[in-house]
Design a protein around this ligand. Sequence first.
Ligand code: SF4
Length: 56
Amino acid sequence: MSNEPNTNVNCTVGQCQYHSVGNFCSLDSISIGTHESDPSQPECVDCNSFRKQSIQ
Ligand code: SF4
């Protein structure tokens, strides 16, 4: 899988296997969701495309 940065998707989650250089995501598209019943602030939403980076 390519790790080229998608400059349309900013992300600072360095622990994700899809994170790329320059604080971008490498995926073409991502899935966003919420763990709240009534989200009201940024902390309420999640990137559901996150996958823990495996230890090299
Ligand atoms: S999949 Fe989500 S958490 Fe992972 S780098 Fe992309 S935007 Fe960030």
